[in-house]
Ligand binder design. Structure first.
Ligand code: ADP
Ligand code: ASP
Ligand code: MG
Length: 408
């Protein structure tokens, strides 16, 4: 029987020496229960943020090779400390960096993708009773340079390792009890989900639920690796994320995600001719800027207003691109609105139910929350609204769709 579990612990779970001792105890318990364990760690507490701020003190736009060399150091500290805490408990803990293991990525510094993970060495170690403790978030490219996987990237390391080791489950330990119907820090009536499908978790993560990095869910879904999200602070079963089974309930709405770190850009008076959308968005994507919601409105005079959202950090660069373009089009106005938030409702049951969108819009209207943009997919409806309405929107939608109540 497969007894191998990959356990990943996030920053809050290893924030200080005391927490590292707690994590060591959790691992001892799992080993005593007969499991083989490989561990992946994040950096302690806020240390990644601190490293990023340090780099910005030197240069607001640092060289990304050096940025990765710097921010990857946080994880080296936590793995060494946990290995020591395990050794103190007579468990053969041994720390590894991604470099030592051979976690190979592409060369997109600061947001690299894992290409493959060499596990021969740790497989052998595990068979000898060693518990490998591996740095999350980092890899190396073909030049041998250190890369990092984007914020929250330790989740992806955990899943990639679980896949490569053919583990039975990847357990992601964090500071909440599992995946909730919405961020429990934003609404105290959020309900812990026992199970959720990969498909729904993909939408929730891509729409802002930072409890799991989107790439980690994509990776797990591709290789059918079950993920369990659970608390390192309190005992519990957490949430199992897995492939849909016939017998599973199909809630109309499973959860609500929100993002308040995007900005909305509009270029007005664009000629309404074929190829314009591509002309606007090509230079934006060539600059490495990800575009999210897109809306195009046609006005009476054969021009259109073109609006899209980007990460707030990219707003300035995107604005410059639009201003250049606007000049070449003959001077339409460019506007930037940073005061926005995006709320998304996600559920597989939407496929079989009409009227979910109108219920969402009516609920927001009843609260006098104005909708600025709308986008939908088969199992998701997103709206962009004013940022100060975000919390009210989550609360009223959570209540309207009875998300605090279990399905009968
Ligand atoms: P870690 O440091 O363990 O990786 P993160 O801060 O990345 O933890 O993710 C955990 C946080 O995700 C929680 O503290 C919670 O505020 C937030 N979160 C957002 N949406 C959800 C959700 N639907 N369910 C649970 N947590 C959520
Ligand atoms: N330490 C990294 C971050 O803060 C990776 C992670 O925690 O998942 O983003
Ligand atoms: Mg995280």
């Amino acid at each position: 029987m497969n007894k191998l579990i990959v356990k990943k612990f996030g920053g809050t779970s290893v924030a200080n020496a005391e927490r590292i001792e707690v994590v060591a105890e959790l691992i001892v318990k799992s080993v005593e229960e007969g499991n083989q364990v490989a561990v992946v760690l994040s950096a302690m507490g806020e240390s990644t943020d601190e490293l990023i701020n340090l780099s910005k003190d030197i240069n607001p736009n640092p060289n990304l090779r050096e940025y990765d060399a710097l921010v990857s150091t946080g994880e080296q500290i936590s793995v060494a400390l946990l290995a020591m805490a395990l050794q103190k408990r007579n468990i053969k803990g041994k720390s590894y960096t991604a470099y030592q293991l051979g976690i190979r990525t592409n060369s997109m510094h600061s947001r690299a993708r894992i290409l493959d993970v060499k596990v021969d060495k740790i497989k052998e170690e595990i068979s000898k009773g060693i518990v490998p403790v591996i740095t999350g978030f980092q890899g190396m490219n073909d030049e041998g340079d250190i890369t990092t996987l984007g914020r929250g990237g330790s989740d992806t390391t955990g899943v990639a390792l679980a896949v490569a080791l053919e583990a039975k489950e990847c357990q992601i330990y964090t500071d909440v009890d599992g995946v909730f119907t919405t961020d429990p820090r934003l609404y105290n009536k959020a309900r812990l989900l026992k199970k959720i499908t990969f498909e729904e978790m993909l939408e929730l993560s891509s729409m802002g639920a930072k409890v799991l990095q989107l790439r980690a869910v994509e990776y797990a879904s591709k290789y059918q690796m079950p993920i369990r999200v659970l608390s390192s602070f309190r005992a519990g079963e957490g949430t199992l994320i897995e492939e849909e089974e016939e017998s599973m309930e199909r809630p109309i709405v499973s959860g609500i995600s929100s993002i308040d770190t995007e900005a909305k850009l509009t270029i007005r008076g664009v000629p309404d001719i074929p190829g314009v959308a591509a002309k606007i968005l090509s230079p934006v994507s060539e600059a490495g800027i990800d575009v999210d919601v897109i809306v195009q409105n046609i006005s009476a005079d054969n021009t259109t207003d073109f609006t899209f959202t980007v990460n707030e950090e990219d707003a300035e660069a995107a604005e410059k691109i639009l201003l250049d373009m606007s000049n070449s089009f003959g001077g339409g106005l460019v506007e930037v609105d940073r005061d926005i938030a995006k709320i998304s409702i996600v559920g597989r049951g939407m496929r079989a139910h009409a009227g979910i969108a109108s219920k969402m819009f009516q609920t927001l209207a009843d609260q006098e929350i104005n909708i600025l943009m709308i986008t939908t997919s088969e199992i998701k409806i997103s709206v962009v609204i004013k940022r100060d309405c975000m919390k009210d929107a989550i609360v009223c939608l959570h209540d309207a769709f009875d998300l605090d109540k279990e399905l009968d």
